[in-house]
Design a protein around this ligand. Structure first.
Ligand code: CNA
Length: 238
């Protein structure tokens, strides 16, 4: 199967890679849907992570929200792994590649990728809910509720459950998908919408899924590789 996929990629004119938390697990950032992740969040905080990361919870329980957030969501020392590096290198070699990521860790950019759409925002930036002043992660204290110099609460520029996706990010994603002839999806359980539904915007020829576990949308893909994303991308993009 690898040979067929490699042959397709060698002829590809424009590729979209849509990825999720599984792309960063090798960088020691846990994903959400692994049994350990859910178990841990529910045991420690008494509520599921979908609730912990909802807009309602952020507004009504900022202390608990930020306790979970600093504990589980922010990894300032994480480094790109083989998956990020293979994609960055592929783009650097002159191939047309757009990365649509559900991740909020900034590791694709850290690896050197230039065309990255962050569908769910990023832990790197913050804004004040009162005066809208902007802050970078390095400018704020990494525990407790972060405050603006005006006294207002800072909200991370990440898309929480119940919040809409950024329209510009969505439009850029749809444009890239409509122009692509190969779609690679990897390291995502394809459970979170609208991001998962973006695959239906793709109008090109070839679809490849790389994920350790099966997903509810497996049957959509021409090729399904249930293996480690770093190892597979390194092999097929070299
Ligand atoms: P998910 O639902 O946690 O699914 C991750 C998927 O990746 C699972 O199906 C795993 O089987 C698979 N997987 C894990 N490790 C590997 C690997 N090495 N190789 C191949 N497959 C692997 O995560 P999704 O991204 O689908 O869900 C979207 C949520 C998770 C988004 O809102 C993200 O913001 C959020 N999230 C992001 C991060 C991050 O930024 N690194 C971390 C955890 C969660």
């Amino acid at each position: 199967m690898y040979d067929e996929v490699k042959a397709i990629l060698s002829k590809a004119k424009s590729i979209v890679f849509l990825g999720g938390a599984g792309v960063s697990t090798a960088s020691k950032i846990p994903d959400f849907r692994s049994p350990q992740g859910i178990f841990e969040a529910e045991r420690k905080y008494g509520v599921p992570y979908e609730t912990l990361l909802s807009h309602t919870y952020f507004i009504h329980h900022p202390e608990e929200f930020f306790s979970f957030y600093w504990d589980k969501m922010v990894y300032p020392d994480a480094q790109p792994n083989a998956a990020h590096l293979a994609l960055a290198d592929y783009e650097k070699r002159g191939h047309r590649l757009t990365i649509l990521t559900q991740n909020i860790d900034g590791l694709h950019q850290k690896a050197g990728s230039k065309k990255v759409v962050e569908l769910h925002g990023s832990v790197s930036s913050y804004h004040c809910l009162d005066c809208n002043r902007h802050y970078a992660l390095m400018d704020i204290v990494h525990h407790g509720i972060p405050h603006c110099q005006c006294g207002g609460i800072l909200k991370p520029d990440v898309v929480l459950y119940e919040e809409p996706l950024d329209q510009e990010a969505l439009l850029a994603s749809v444009k890239a998908l409509r122009e692509a002839d190969v779609l690679i999806v990897g390291g995502t359980s394809l459970n979170v919408y609208p991001a998962a539904g973006l695959i239906y915007e793709f109008q090109g020829r070839h679809t490849i899924l790389i994920n350790k576990e099966k997903t509810p949308l497996d049957s959509y893909f021409e090729y399904r590789i249930h293996d480690d994303i770093g190892a597979v991308l390194t092999e097929i993009l070299k």
